[in-house]
Design a protein around this ligand. Structure first.
Ligand SMILES: CC(C)(COP(=O)(O)OP(=O)(O)OC[C@H]1O[C@@H](n2cnc3c(N)ncnc32)[C@H](O)[C@@H]1OP(=O)(O)O)[C@@H](O)C(=O)NCCC(=O)NCCS
Length: 396
């Protein structure tokens, strides 16, 4: 039977305890707190501890969202994890999260749409539930970006942080509520504006790719900025129009938390004041697929969202992708208090015959310990264009 509506019934977030401030970064790359705050709005970000991974972060946020929805883990029929920093290439992080939350019956998989991933995953879950195929979906955005950053590249290492944000979507017999309009875009013209060159089939990981630092995130900051300011307002507007609403009717926007100047340009593009934009990037930086989920959970729990509100989730990211969802809020915000019953602990089983390397890269460890040595001169930063892996050499 097809439901009358599909609604958000649970929300939750988790951010690792360890904070990395702008001042900490200024000790290792040529930057300053003043530069980072004025160009991005970011003051600090969280860094996952050694025992934490994308799956454990996702499991804690997920368990919180399930508790808020008033459900048990086994009530979830499908788990979608949006991430660009999975625990492994396979199995999916979704599969690990399923075990870690104690679910025995759900289908689980990952969604790769970079920072737009959680918005994309929401639309996939919504379609499953609207069709009547499933009743409850857990949708999580989770990232441990600190393990994929070059802490000698001031253009990227200042921007990103770790964390997870989750939602439960549930099929309902009541009319109204949930997603009313959406817009998803993918523009491969910008495929190499934000990318991670090696480790995939085009350039398998090797000693050479490692030496060239091709296992780290690369980004053309200025081009990405231009794309984001051009796309985000339009994407939000299309979702709003499809809902039959006008921008001024929206109670709160939950934008991807990349840069406060980008969020300001979205507000300007829609002719709205900044009070309509939820901002928490000062405390978390850009947590990619997790950012909209963390922001939504904080917005509800801080009293910024009430029943009947019109909300817009909007994100952009590598691909280049963008996604917007215009939705009507139906859940009692006070249910958020149930998240406190979930301890911030999750364990993902490891194979018996395998011991992984230390998950904290050397330079990040030095940054965290405050002894990374002198600041990296810019000449030493890995150059922009990576060389393709030498296939002849590999095949020889
Ligand atoms: C990265 C970003 C903050 C840079 O800000 P910007 O205002 O565009 O700065 P520019 O790149 O023009 O650099 C201006 C100067 O600051 C320098 N600079 C760059 N990063 C710096 C840093 N962390 N600290 C100090 N100076 C820095 C540049 O080298 C440049 O110096 P120059 O003029 O001597 O060449 C901005 O472009 C941005 O936010 N882009 C979008 C990134 C993003 O959102 N990515 C994720 C997508 S999901």
């Amino acid at each position: 039977m097809t439901p009358r509506s599909v609604r958000i019934t649970g929300w939750g977030m988790y951010a690792p305890e360890r904070r990395l401030t702008n001042a900490d970064l200024a000790r290792v790359v040529d930057t300053s707190d003043e530069w980072i705050v004025s160009r991005t709005g970011i003051r600090e970000r969280r860094i996952a501890a050694r025992h934490e991974t994308t799956a454990t972060l996702a499991a804690i946020a997920g368990k919180r969202a399930i508790a808020v929805a008033g459900l048990e883990p086994d009530d979830i029929d499908v788990i979608l994890v949006a991430t660009l920093t999975p625990d492994y290439w396979m199995p999916s992080t979704g599969a690990l999260v399923k075990e870690a939350i104690g679910n025995t019956r759900a289908a689980a998989m990952d969604i790769a749409a970079a920072c737009s991933g959680l918005v994309y995953a929401y639309t996939v879950a919504d379609a499953y539930l609207r069709s009547g195929m499933f009743k409850h979906a857990l949708v999580v955005g989770s990232e441990t970006l600190s393990r994929y950053l070059d802490f000698s590249d001031r253009g990227t290492c200042i921007l990103f942080g770790d964390g997870a944000g989750a939602m439960v979507l549930s099929a309902s017999d009541e009319e109204g509520g949930g997603m009313r309009g959406m817009e998803l875009t993918t523009d491969p013209d910008g495929a190499y504006m934000i990318w991670l060159p090696s480790g995939g089939s085009r350039s398998p990981a090797s000693g050479q790719t490692l030496a060239r630092g091709e296992h780290y995130v690369r980004m053309e900051g200025k081009e990405t900025y231009r794309y984001a300011t051009k796309t985000m307002a339009t994407t939000a507007l299309k979702a709003i129009e499809r809902a039959g609403w006008k921008p001024e009717e929206i109670d709160l926007f939950i934008p991807h938390q990349a840069n406060v100047r980008i969020i300001e340009s979205v507000a300007k593009g829609l002719g709205l004041p900044m009070e309509k934009m939820f901002v928490n990037l000062d405390r978390y930086g850009n947590t990619s697929a997790a950012s909209v989920g963390i922001a939504l959970a904080e917005a509800v729990d801080s009293g910024r969202i009430k029943v009947g509100d019109k909300i817009v989730l909007v994100a952009f990211g590598a691909g280049l992708t963008s996604g917007g969802i215009a939705l009507e809020w139906t859940a009692d915000p006070l249910n958020g208090k149930r998240a406190a019953t979930v301890e911030p602990v999750a364990t993902v089983r490891e194979p018996l015959d395998w011991s992984s390397v230390d998950p904290i890269p050397d330079r990040l460890r030095q940054v965290l310990e405050g002894n990374a040595g002198p600041r990296v001169p810019l000449d030493d930063v890995v150059p922009g264009e990576p060389e393709p892996a030498n296939r002849d050499e590999v095949l020889a």
